[in-house]
Design a protein around this ligand. Sequence first.
Ligand SMILES: [Zn+2]
Length: 314
Amino acid sequence: MKERLCLKAAVSAALIASLAGCANSGSETQEQGWAPDTTYKLTILHTNDHHGRFWHNRYGEYGMAARKTLIDDLRTEAQAEGSEVLLLSGGDINTGVPESDLLQAEPDFKGMTRIGYDAMAIGNHEFDNPLSVLEQQMQWTDFPMLSANIYDKETGERKFQAYQMFERNGLKIAVVGLTTEDTAKIGNPEYIGSLDFRDPKAEAKKVIAKLKETEKPDIIIAATHMGHYADGKSGVNAPGDVALARYMDDGDLDLIIGGHSQEPVCMEEPNTYNESFEPGDACTPDQQNGAWIMQAMNGVNTLVRRSLNSRMAI
Ligand SMILES: [Zn+2]
């Protein structure tokens, strides 16, 4: 049984998670940061699969300036409602547009910093360049790039930061990063030869068990780049977010913010996509084994442009 906090996910609009925590457990202790019978508001904004689109295109689509305007507005809106914002990315910032590729995504990572991202999952395309480039990109950001399941073959240690703790509205929030095992197959062997991409499900379980002992988070979020496959049917792909949620112990994971498959994770009914979903429509995220699963379609920026009208999807 979950004893931390129960989340009433009032998902008010596509891919914006508005989570009101109802702290009403009878077993709370002083260690918990939250008080019983109190509602806490937390707004989670997320993007994924940016793929180099820092600049708008000739049709006026995409662009980080528009994204910043939208996110600034949403922050103001959240603040007015007594909520606080956590801004996450499901990864794959690199590769897709020559202007970005030639600059090794410097404008993209610096733009994300200006927009105020709190953390991101490391995606498979973060390994399209030598590791020295990824290290440089980490210097361009002031937020952590997370992955708990990538190990250095030589040292046997994790190569990257596994998680980051946040405090929002008095809640302790853990964000754990995970990267698809398929990176080992689809990444450039020249650059990833020294890395071991382990099972993200097992690594998540390990990290979360430890976090519950050490950090005692009220909310646990996985920022993943693993893909979402309805009913966990990932086909030739490595297992994705649904498999992750089902693998976890009950109540260990509250929310998965994903990327990679670039699907709008909007469900018609359990395990079935809403095939007619269009950006701007109401979106019911997936829910598996007590965890909400969300992802923002194919390149956030397409949705940002539409969102400027609908104010719904990021
Ligand atoms: Zn990917």
